[in-house]
Design a protein around this ligand. Sequence first.
Ligand code: ADP
Length: 511
Amino acid sequence: MIKTIPIFNRDSVAQEKPMMLENFKDELDYELLQANIFREKILSCILILFVSIILLLNIITRGHEQLDYYISVRSFHIHIVLIFIPIVFLLLTRKHRRITNENFKLLTVLHVLMNTSVLILCAFIAINNEIINQRPFTYVTAMFSIASLILLSKSYRLFAFCSSYAIYITGILFIFKNPSVVFQHVLFSLPLFILALIVSEINYSAYIRNYMNSKIIESKNQELDKIYKLTEQMLAERTKELNETIEMENIRTAFFANISHELRTPLNVIYAAQQMLDLVLKDTTHENQKEVIQYTRITKQNCYRLIRLIANLIDITKIDAGYLQVNLENIDIVSVAEDITLSAAKYIEDRNIHLVFDTNVEEKIIACDADKIERIILNLLSNAVKFTPEYGSIHVSIEEKEGCIALSVKDTGIGIPPEMKDSIFDRFVQVDKTISRNREGSGIGLSIVKSLVEMHNGKITVISEANKGSEFIIEIPDVYQQDVEEVKAYNLAAEHQYIEKIHIEFSDIYD
Ligand code: ADP
């Protein structure tokens, strides 16, 4: 979570520089060497070309007679060495295009040798020139070329420049024994020497500054990138939350529209039946008895529907609040499933639907809540009846599997479209949402069933094909409740209690 967005000001950046210099020291050393080797290669080429041209011009201008003499002089040999050094340097560095840990030391030595030897050699040429024509320009040119092109650290710069300058001054002392002439040379060359050192320092520190600035920009960019990504992530999270809230709001609106319809329909029917009853009772004769029974039945069924709806609403509220809990006891799940299924048999078969109960195990004691298992089975059975046309069939089966008990309710009904298979377990989801649908329901039964199965640490899956049928499979872990020792005898509830439960659970289905 970002509380404040950092502001980069000059002071904070200035404070960071020394710290960063320390962090990037190794990287900077590599970068410097890489830049220097590249520049020294260029300088070598220029040097070879320049000195060769000078030598060639000298050879050409001297003519045939003086040529032998020229080649035998010291100046010629020093110039040959000046070509030789860059050639050796280029040859040795030829294969090392990139600086690595392995070649770092070798290239550092070559870099130091190259510059120092060129400076010293130029100092010798300058001394030689002083003897011939009193021109020290070769040395001055070399000093300024190296100072402005090559990036020399303070210590190395002092070493290379001072050693070559010392050689030059010593040479002058030897040539001109007269102190005033020596003084004149020192007076002329010292400012140039100091200037070359200053140029080298400016060149070197400008490179370091640029390098550090680029590193600071890079690190700030990374920080900005992080902030950007974090902001994007937060935005995505907020958008997701917003979308979820909008979706929940839509579900809530749909639920209230649906639930109002669900509550109003049975109430209207009860009210109408009650009014009819009033009329019938005003004129009670023996023949009216059938009608009284009919209206009482309608009233009762719609009361059951309201009871079921309100019970389901209370349950989902309890599930949300974490109050609904399972009371696990060691019970024979086979008899629980068989009894509740068979007690609904008459009800189902009255609707011309064939019911089959099947099990591959006679008795299976596991830790479960008999009441909740009954609710699960009744709910699945009522859905199966609701969505299976006349002359279809419903198959309830129990199978003992590795580590679990699988309970299946399979029908030959209308089936569920593949895209709805996962969402039917969500709250208020119905495949046919239209108010004019011919099956009643509120879309909360399966979500409660799923919660009840999960409270048993089980899972529910559905296999279905449109217009062929659906199979709901529940897998309850085959575990035994250790802290409850005895096996609870499953009490077959009084018949009227079952009938009551079935009436309530099947109340959405009209004759
Ligand atoms: P409802 O009260 O609407 O039946 P449920 O949560 O029990 O709510 O079921 C949700 C939806 O799942 C149903 O509206 C129906 O579209 C679909 N459904 C559930 N069981 C079956 C089934 N056996 N066959 C076909 N569709 C089913």
